[in-house]
Design a protein around this ligand. Structure first.
Ligand SMILES: [Zn+2]
Length: 278
């Protein structure tokens, strides 16, 4: 490759999506922005859009992009995050696992070391009491500070973690996971409409998704295992606060000064319980 061609390639790598024209430029820019908002690490794909030209360039960029992203998430992000004070939760195996592979693939499983230790102890205790059971986590935080973990209002600092509830199927058999496919948005509804903590509004951040509940929540709450989970978490000395919907706390019968209602201005907490360090 001649010097002029090298300079041109380097320039294209630097320009990334901006080296493309027309609709390709805007769709590439949107893809990088969306991936960065969802995974934080997606920004590393910027130079990929400057690579390759001509026939089959799109597929080659896709292959290189997937390989670069996977390599960065597996080999680069964990050691750098550890130096900066965040560690990844385990994806699979053991008593604490990701509810969906998406939380691992999107780097949303990073927390402070103290929170990982606490989550493991809580999960070990629940698993010891219920053989064959494991605790599923949902969103933790990104590996690095600086970008909010949307749509959460408070997960940016690595000191918060959401845990999935436990469910039984319609026949009352305990499910390994259950609820919605990603853990969020399938709600345990109040037993009576008067038990709801907040009035129905035409718009708020509670994401009721009423029309979708029959698909998002095909199961029922497993009171025994969820009670054990919430009580164990509330007793843990490292956990300062837990957020849970009041009707769910009443149903579970767990009393603790650490358990609070998040208020009507934030997302519902009857599809998960939110824990935070002191
Ligand atoms: Zn949370």
């Amino acid at each position: 490759m001649g010097t002029a061609a090298q300079t041109s390639l380097l320039r294209r790598l630097g320009l990334g999506p901006l080296s493309l024209t027309g609709w390709r430029r805007w769709s590439a820019l949107s893809a990088v922005v969306a991936l960065t908002l969802v995974t934080q690490v997606g920004v590393i794909l910027w130079p990929v859009f400057g690579m390759f030209r001509g026939r089959g360039a799109g597929w080659r960029r896709l292959a290189v992009g997937v390989a670069m992203y996977a390599l960065a998430c597996a080999a680069l992000v964990p050691p750098v995050a550890a130096v900066l004070g965040r560690v990844p939760l385990p994806c699979a195996g053991g008593s604490l696992r990701a509810r969906s592979w998406l939380y691992c693939a999107a780097n949303r499983r990073y927390v402070a070391p103290e929170l990982r230790a606490a989550a493991r102890e809580i999960a070990d205790s629940v698993a010891a009491e219920n053989p064959g059971t494991y605790v599923s986590y949902l969103d933790g935080a990104f590996p690095f500070r600086g970008l909010p973990l949307l749509p959460h209002l408070s997960h940016g600092d690595g000191r918060k973690l959401d845990l999935a509830l436990f469910y039984v199927d319609r026949a009352g058999r305990p499910l390994e996971v259950g609820g919605s496919p990603v853990g969020y948005f399938g709600y345990v509804q109040p037993a009576r409409s008067g038990d709801a903590a907040c009035p129905q509004r035409w718009f708020d951040l509670r994401w009721d998704l009423a029309a979708l509940q029959r698909w998002l929540m095909p199961d029922a709450l497993d009171r025994g295992r969820t009670r054990r989970l919430v009580a164990t978490a509330a007793r843990h000395p490292a956990i300062a606060k837990g957020l849970i919907e009041p009707h769910l706390q009443r149903t579970l019968g767990v009393r603790s000064a650490k358990l609070r209602f998040q208020g009507c201005g934030a997302a519902r907490h009857d599809d998960h319980v939110h824990l935070q360090l002191r």
